[in-house]
Design a protein around this ligand. Structure first.
Ligand code: MRU
Length: 349
């Protein structure tokens, strides 16, 4: 994608194999500031994943893969793997990517070179898969379609293109007129801050609506189709995604609006039999108690927005049952959310 006329990826790796530098867009500072953050060792990379400098299933997967390339220089691959896997629990892409690089590095006579090569392959596959998801998904979007999405499953959540937003980008480039309703996505506002910023950059028509407006929007016929991303897909087709997704899916069923999930097959976890087995991350209560924004005179400030002294409950993801999902848009085509199709699409590359 292009930001202010320049080509960017969400995360990339530079420098010699013996001194790899991971570079990423600092997503904590978007949409107000565009800053590149660098990590020089696996410890810094783990912190960047944990504190959400980089976020979104695909992007943290690729960062984790690059982190393994740093890790094999500093520790044995097993230790690096453990440190990275302890950063965030829900996104399957992180475990998928770490394992791929670990397997290569731990069986190689030249683990430093081979880990780097495998990590770069994970990144390239992420880009290719997301592009394909866009092509398949765009077929679902008619001219003048109104699409609702939740959270950010755009290119910032991957290396390029994204999952849920990729069909919108492809349709838009094909000349279709698309309007997007962007759930603001409490409590971290990935929709209002990141998805809105991405769509603005691409010139796609959008409006931010509060998460709480979904029933009203659907009741009034404002939305033709819903597309969301995913952090982990269980073997039976249950899908974990950003907190609030399940409510959207339930309302969609009530009003008969098709609800699709877009994800590469690296998000599928065949070892997870159903959604009840997906580990759900709980994050700091500060994400609910405080908001960060820009003041009228241009300063970025974090302010308390609730009754002082309150505590908060902050699960970061929820699970949407397969029964509420019309289809899963993958890089190999659109599949039904059932065990047979999920196994087929995961196993045949
Ligand atoms: O906590 P985040 O921002 O890393 O959450 C992940 C997400 O952005 C969403 O759940 C998204 O819809 C799926 S990630 C492609």
């Amino acid at each position: 994608v292009r930001v202010k006329g320049k080509d960017f990826r969400t995360v990339w790796i530079e420098g010699p194999n013996e001194k790899p530098l991971i570079r990423m867009i600092d997503q904590r500072r978007l949409p107000f500031e565009f800053v590149i953050h660098n990590t020089r060792n696996v410890g810094e990379t783990c912190l960047a994943i944990k504190d959400m400098t980089v976020r979104g299933a695909g992007a943290i997967g690729v960062t984790a893969a690059f982190g393994m390339a740093q890790g094999v220089l500093e520790k044995d691959p097993e230790e690096a793997k453990k440190a990275i896997e302890a950063t965030r629990p829900t996104a399957q892409n992180l475990f998928y990517a770490v394992n791929r690089v670990y397997e290569v590095a731990s069986h190689s006579a030249n683990s430093v070179n081979d880990a780097r090569k495998e990590a770069e392959a994970v990144a390239e596959e992420d880009v290719e898969s997301c592009k394909k998801i866009g092509e398949y998904g765009a077929e679902l979007l008619k001219d003048s379609a109104h699409v609702l999405t939740h959270c950010n499953a755009g290119w910032l959540a991957f290396v390029d293109w994204g999952s849920a937003l990729s069909p919108i980008y492809v349709a838009h480039r094909e000349g279709k007129k698309i309007k997007v309703y962007v759930d603001d996505t409490q409590p971290r506002e990935q929709g209002g801050k990141l998805t809105a910023w991405e769509l603005q950059n691409e010139g796609v028509d959008y409006v931010i609506s509060p998460d709480t407006a979904v029933a009203h929007l659907l009741e009034h016929g404002e939305v033709d189709i819903i597309i969301v991303g995913s952090d982990r897909i269980a073997a039976n087709g249950d899908v974990a995604n950003k907190i609030g997704t399940q409510v959207v899916a339930r309302i969609a069923r009530d009003f008969g609006v098709p609800f699709y999930v877009a994800a590469p097959t690296s998000t599928i976890d065949l070892n997870c039999s159903d959604g009840a087995h997906i580990p759900i991350e709980f994050r700091s209560e500060d994400e609910v108690l405080y908001k960060t924004g820009r003041t009228a005179d241009g300063r970025i400030e974090k302010v308390l927005v609730v009754a002082p002294g309150s505590h908060a409950y902050n699960p970061s993801f929820d699970v949407t049952p397969a029964s509420l999902i019309k289809g899963i848009i993958t890089q190999k085509g659109i599949i039904k959310p059932n065990a047979e199709e999920i196994r087929r699409v995961k196993q045949v590359f």
